[in-house]
Every structure is written in structure tokens, then in C-alpha cells.
Ligand binder design. Structure first.
Ligand SMILES: *Cc1c(COP(=O)(O)O)cnc(C)c1O
Length: 427
């Protein structure tokens, strides 16, 4: 199946007389005829459903669809993108371990990596995408367990050289985890370029309608856990009578470990109803991504021409620093544009406050156009240096282009620019 078809059909195939649409199985639990059957499922939770803290049929249909779209062997949904990033790391790192991340990542992920994981004894070592291979190689330690990056960074909009980072990670016998939120599997399938694990905030394009927060982890099944020091995946798990994930589940070792261990213990699993809504979004994902790319390219070109704009970041613009990487890795540059407005922080606020169509909201990738000011909103916990490392100017505006008629979006931008111009002339 091609992507458009997978969006509609993957993950759920009704049999004779079954419902056409993925049913909402709104139940915490599942009944059994005997204690022996329940015991067997406790020993191996992959045998059947046992409790909706870590598996539910509605959620699993969506997981299967996303796994197929990414070309992975399995997926696990989480109750937020943050939970997906957290579990993707905790599945491999314990206190005393370190991992490497590119600095150009989502601000919430920076907090998670720099503050909360640090409190758990897990150290994140940042590298920048502009570094040479040698400089990145120098960041590795004996206790480094993985490399993390973002396909299209939110909000810097740098494009990750997935192939290069995968090569470097694999040379050190660790996997590459890629946050593919902004690209979605429609515009980029990181596994095709060597990434091993993908995470998403499904709150963004996959849902697409700003309906519910969610996340997902997808496993390519390609990483050889015996190649490195991954006793936590290959060795015996005391909480399952000494079961080894690689021995019992082969290519699905990582993703089943995440479910059986971490989801069991943390319980950050989405509700069936949330998964049902996510599935509705996924059904039109391929169609919507096409529209976002077309509208955003037109808006980016318009912004680049404006006298109110200092610079535009959009990997779909030929003048963009990441255009070449975008051409290599992306089938479209997605719907988010970052631009720096002339006149600093104040004009960023003046512009945003005067818009009529685009809403100022802490969100991106909505079906409706929305806008925010990272330095004073999403990224306000970051220091000036961290802002700089993440590629964020204080006058940067993050503009998430929706699926309205693009002329209406451009007219709204002109309303904002007129407000900025009158401010500049002291009116
Ligand atoms: C929003 C976002 C997250 C966090 O996801 P939530 O669903 O808000 O928890 C992670 N990574 C990226 C790239 C994001 O845009």
C-alpha cells in the first residue's frame, strides 16, 4: 500500500460483519475464563490483552497504522509527545548513562533532557548539527547509549542530516532516535536513511486538528542490540522471570520492552477515545501534508519579499541554509515557518497581537493557521545561550500555516505588517 492508502486502511481490517470503523473499546480490562490464562498473559503480555494501562485494541489499531506509515516493526502510543521522548530514552538509559542530542530540538525536550533526566542521573551531551564528524565523535563516552535529533527542528527549522548522524551513531554501536514530528512519515521516513527509532508528538500533524495531546514511539527493528552494551535489552529482566527481550521477541525487542516494562510501570498510555480521534486525523494525513507544504511555500516566499522581515527560515526556500538537506530527506518542507521580524521582540508582539485570522496559541501544526513567539512563550525557560544554541532569535515568530485559502493567510500577514510599519514610523 502507498501512504494515502495506508492512512485509510492500515492497522484495522474488519472481518465479516465487524464494524467498518475502528471501534472505541472503552474498557480498562478484559475477562478470562481461568486464572491459568491470566497467569500466562502476566508472564508474556504479548499473548493477549490484560489491562488498558499498557494495551488497548483501539490504541493498538492506531499503533499498527503509524508503524506501517513509518515502515517500522511496531509502535507504542503515549499520552503525550513528551512521554514518547522520555520513554524512548529511559528504555535504554539508566542512572550513570549519557546520551548525545543535537542542540536544535524542541524546547520542551531540552527541559526534559537538561533538567529532569539530569535529576535521574542521565546526562545529555549536546552537539550542534554544524559540527564536523570528528567533533561529534569526541562527544561520545563509554556510557553513551544513543543519539537523538529532530528531522525538522521545532522552531529552528534546521533539517537533520539523518544519514550522517546514523552513520556516526552506528560507528559507536548505539542507535539513532529521531523526533519526526514536523515532517511526519508522509514527508520523511527516517528509517529509510538509517534511523533506528522514531518518536512523534501526535498532538501536531498526525492529529492535525488540535484535539488531543499524544505521542508515539516507533521501532524500525533494525538495530542490533548485541552490537553494543545493551544488557537492558538483551539480558534477563527480573520483572518477567528472567525473560530476554531480544531472545523472545527478536526485531521487536525494543518496542516490546518499552511497553512491558516502562508502560507497565509509568502508565502514560492514551485513552481509547483519544486514539479514535487520532485515527480520524491520520486518515487525512497524506492529503493534509500536501496542502500544508503548498500553502507554507507560498507564505514563505511572500515573507521573504517583505520589508518588515529580517530573515525567513523554511527549508523549502531555495535560499534557505537547509534547502539541500531538505531536498535530500524531505518530500516537502511541511507547514511551519520561522521568521525574524525587523525591530526586535516588541515588533514580534505587535505583529502577533494584530493578526485577525491566525490565532496566537501554544501549538503548531493545527489545521488552522496559528502563530506564537517562542522567546516569550514556548521557550521562555531557556537561557539566552540556550536560545541561541536552539537557533532562536528573540524577534523570531513561529508561523504555522494552516489549510485556509492561502490568499486569506497572506492578507492576514499584511494586517500584521501594517501594524508593525505604523509602530516603526511612531504612529
Ligand atoms: C510538541 C512537540 C513535542 C512534545 O509533544 P507534546 O505532545 O506536546 O508532549 C516533542 N517534539 C516536538 C518536535 C514537538 O513539536
Amino acid at each position: 500500500m502507498k501512504d494515502e492508502t495506508k492512512c485509510l486502511h492500515a492497522g484495522y481490517t474488519p472481518k465479516n460483519t465487524e464494524p467498518r470503523v475502528v471501534p472505541i473499546v472503552q474498557s480498562t480490562t478484559y475477562v478470562y475464563d481461568s486464572t491459568e490464562q491470566v497467569a500466562a498473559v502476566f508472564d508474556d503480555p504479548t499473548l493477549s490483552l490484560i489491562y488498558s494501562r499498557f494495551a488497548n485494541p483501539t490504541v493498538m489499531a492506531v499503533e499498527a497504522k503509524i508503524a506501517e506509515l513509518e515502515g517500522g516493526v511496531g509502535a507504542m502510543c503515549t499520552s503525550s509527545g513528551q512521554a514518547a521522548s522520555l520513554l524512548s530514552i529511559l528504555n535504554l538509559c539508566s542512572a550513570g548513562d549519557s546520551f548525545i542530542s543535537t542542540a536544535e530540538i524542541y524546547g520542551g525536550t531540552v527541559n526534559l533532557f537538561s533538567v529532569t533526566l539530569k535529576r535521574l542521573g542521565i546526562e545529555c551531551i549536546y552537539v550542534s548539527q554544524g559540527m564536523s564528524d570528528d567533533e561529534i565523535n569526541a562527544a561520545f563516552r563509554p556510557n553513551t547509549r544513543l543519539v537523538f535529533g529532530e528531522t525538522i527542528a521545532n522552531p529552528a527549522l534546521s533539517v537533520l542530516d539523518i544519514g550522517r548522524f546514523a552513520r556516526i551513531a552506528h560507528a559507536h554501536n548505539v542507535p539513532l532516535i529521531v523526533d519526526n514530528t514536523f515532517a511526519t512519515p508522509i514527508l520523511c521516513k527516517p528509517f529509510e536513511f538509517g534511523a533506528d527509532i522514531v518518536v512523534h508528538s501526535t498532538s501536531k500533524y498526525l492529529d492535525g486538528h488540535a484535539l488531543q495531546v499524544g505521542g508515539v514511539i516507533v521501532d524500525s527493528g533494525n538495530f542490533d542490540w548485541h552490537s553494543g552494551d545493551f544488557e537492558c535489552v538483551t539480558g534477563p529482566d527480573a520483572s518477567y522471570h528472567g525473560l530476554s527481550y531480544t531472545q523472545s521477541y527478536g526485531k521487536m525487542a525494543y518496542i516490546l520492552k518499552a511497553r512491558m516494562q516502562l508502560m507497565r510501570d509509568f502508565g502514560v498510555y492514551p485513552a481509547a477515545h483519544s486514539a479514535f480521534l487520532l485515527n480520524l486525523g491520520l486518515e487525512t494525513l497524506a492529503l493534509r501534508m500536501k496542502g500544508y507544504c503548498e500553502n507554507a511555500l507560498a507564505v514563505a516566499k511572500h515573507l521573504a519579499k517583505s520589508d518588515c522581515v529580517e530573515s525567513v527560515s523554511y527549508p523549502g526556500l531555495e535560499t534557505d541554509a537547509y534547502y539541500a538537506l531538505g531536498q535530500k530527506y524531505l518530500k516537502g518542507a511541511s507547514g511551519v515557518i520561522s521568521f525574524v521580524i525587523r525591530g526586535g521582540r516588541e515588533n514580534a508582539a505587535r505583529f502577533i497581537n494584530s493578526l485577525k485570522l491566525a490565532s496566537n496559541q501554544v501549538h503548531v501544526a493545527d489545521i488552522r493557521t496559528c502563530v506564537l513567539h517562542p522567546a516569550s512563550e514556548t521557550h521562555r525557560q531557556l537561557t539566552e545561550q540556550q536560545l541561541k544554541d536552539a537557533g532562536i532569535d528573540p524577534a523570531m515568530i513561529r508561523f504555522s500555516v494552516g489549510l485556509e485559502n492561502v490568499q486569506d493567510i497572506i492578507e492576514d500577514i499584511e494586517v500584521g505588517f501594517n501594524a508593525v510599519r505604523s509602530g516603526l514610523s511612531g504612529v
